[in-house]
Design a protein around this ligand. Structure first.
Ligand code: ADP
Length: 483
């Protein structure tokens, strides 16, 4: 328990809040990135198609005008178009002829130089290529320039006579993507704050009923047992309140029975003492007491002392058993001999009132029992059957067993127990007829002890009775004790 307080225990609200924020923010961030990326890709694709179309037009013009063969005297118009196109697309255009020589460069830097790049070669082989370099933010297009060649066999056939190499920057699109991302981030930050505030409000509202329950429990713990724990906001809090109230009811009943027990104990212990005091006072108040009277009073005082000591003994037995007895010692033992022994001890008392005690043993029973405690329980049942019997009555004890339990039945022909008191006879100090019980030396604890012993054996006991006809106590105990 102390360990729980030593370590800082985080509130469940923290992981719940993190979870709620993540649940909302992760899709938002992903969506922002995907949108910005795809919008950039769209722009780039459109730009490539535009440039390809424009280049194709110029390439066709070059074919028509014989730009590559140099038959046209003035290429200025096409050169101007190329420069304009390069400017518009913020790029550079190279025209490479069939000898891999650069015959036009819109940057005028590489004219006359040789260009044997992979794209040029592929393009001469009839494969128009396009390449997009995302890291350096540019794309490259290789567009073939065809010319008609006169052959002997098939007349005029188109042939790749040159390549138009176009590079264009995508910097502006990257900037657009970054702008979009910046905006998305701003939106995400706003969303984050809104979600965090909403999460705090929702969590506070959700946990308020639980906090209220904790408050009620604390007040109960401070001793206010009459406080009703009632929190109906959610079905969960309703269930918790219900269970706590149920527990509280049990505690109250236990507390009430504890108080009753204490007052019963005080009362029971006081009764013999009061009698002793009355007897002693009477003796002291008399002069020249005859010896017989003196002896009679002293015998009464001695009886009361015996009674007091029996109550104390029974109480101690009960209290010891209440502590889920470490003193219990279960051993495999013969139950038949145990019953025989108890009956042997009690027969002399029965004989005084001419009560017949019969033992019917259906089979030999061996079970895991605490012999001392169980013999006390059986003793109480048989002793009661004799005590609350009629003159010339009978007591029949029957022992039987199946593969799981053994069954002990104690039946008598006695006064019986009225229906309404049947369930109460196992309560501590409960006696149907107080005067009779006192007369027979009863403490009202015998059946409470018996029930405790049987429960400690994981068994059960019940009573059947008809007033004036007799009583049957039925005991069932498992043959094997499983702790
Ligand atoms: P006690 O010491 O008074 O006998 P118990 O706990 O043994 O206390 O019994 C409780 C009460 O149950 C008795 O006072 C008696 O009224 C009733 N009782 C118990 N056993 C029998 C019985 N066999 N027949 C009739 N009444 C019984």
């Amino acid at each position: 328990m102390r360990k729980l307080y030593q370590k800082h225990t985080p509130s469940i609200r923290v992981p719940l809040m993190v979870f709620m924020i993540l649940l909302c923010m992760v899709p938002l961030v992903i969506q922002g990135r995907v949108l910005a990326g795809s919008s950039k890709q769209n722009q780039v694709d459109r730009r490539i198609i535009d440039l390809q179309n424009q280049c194709q037009i110029i390439s066709n013009k070059m074919t028509r005008t014989g730009y590559l063969s140099g038959t046209v005297v003035d290429n200025a118009a096409i050169d101007a178009e190329l420069s304009m196109l390069a400017d518009i697309f913020n790029g550079r255009i190279l025209i490479v002829n069939s000898g891999f020589k650069i015959i036009k460069d819109t940057f005028s830097l590489s004219e006359g130089k040789v260009c044997i790049s992979e794209e040029t070669i592929r393009c001469f082989l009839g494969e128009a290529t396009q390449k997009y370099n995302t890291e350096k933010h540019y794309f490259l297009l290789a567009i073939p320039i065809t010319e008609n060649v006169q052959t002997m066999e098939s007349g005029s056939t188109p042939k790749t006579a040159g390549v138009m190499l176009v590079t264009a920057s995508t910097e502006s699109m990257t900037e657009l993507e970054e702008r979009l991302l910046d905006r998305a981030e701003l939106f995400q930050l706003t969303a984050f704050l809104a979600i965090a505030i909403a999460a705090v409000i929702v969590l506070q509202a959700s946990f308020r009923p639980f906090d209220a329950i904790v408050g009620s429990i604390n007040r109960v713990a401070e001793g206010n047992l009459d406080e009703d724990i009632e929190e109906m906001a959610f079905s969960e809090t309703k269930r918790i309140s219900g269970s706590l109230n149920h527990m509280l009811e049990n505690i109250k009943t236990m507390e009430q029975s504890r108080q009753e027990f204490v007052s019963n104990v005080s009362h029971e212990l006081k009764t013999p003492i009061t009698s002793i005091r009355v007897l002693a006072d009477s003796l002291m108040g008399m002069d020249h007491v005859p010896e017989e009277l003196y002896k009679e009073f002293m015998t009464d005082i001695s009886d009361e002392i015996d009674r007091e000591s029996k109550i104390i003994d029974d109480l101690l037995t009960l209290v010891r058993m209440d502590k889920e007895s470490p003193e219990m010692s279960f051993q495999s033992a013969n139950v038949n001999s145990l019953v025989e022994m108890v009956l042997k001890r009690l027969r002399p008392i029965a004989r005084k009132r001419n009560i017949e005690v019969i033992f019917e043993s259906m089979r030999e029973v061996t079970a895991d029992i605490d012999e001392v405690k169980l013999s006390l329980a059986i003793n109480n049942l048989v002793e009661n059957a004799i005590k609350y019997n009629k003159e010339d009555g009978w007591v029949r004890v029957t022992l039987d067993a199946d593969h799981k339990f053994f069954y002990l039945k104690v039946a008598d022909s006695g006064v019986g127990i009225p229906e309404e008191f049947k369930d109460r006879v196992f309560e501590r100090f409960y006696r149907v007829d107080k005067a009779r019980s006192r007369e027979t030396g009863g403490t009202g604890l015998g059946l409470a002890i018996t029930k405790n012993v049987i429960l400690l054996h994981h068994g059960a006991v019940r009573v059947e009775s008809k007033e004036g006809e007799g009583t049957i106590f039925l005991v069932r105990i498992p043959l094997i004790y499983i702790s």
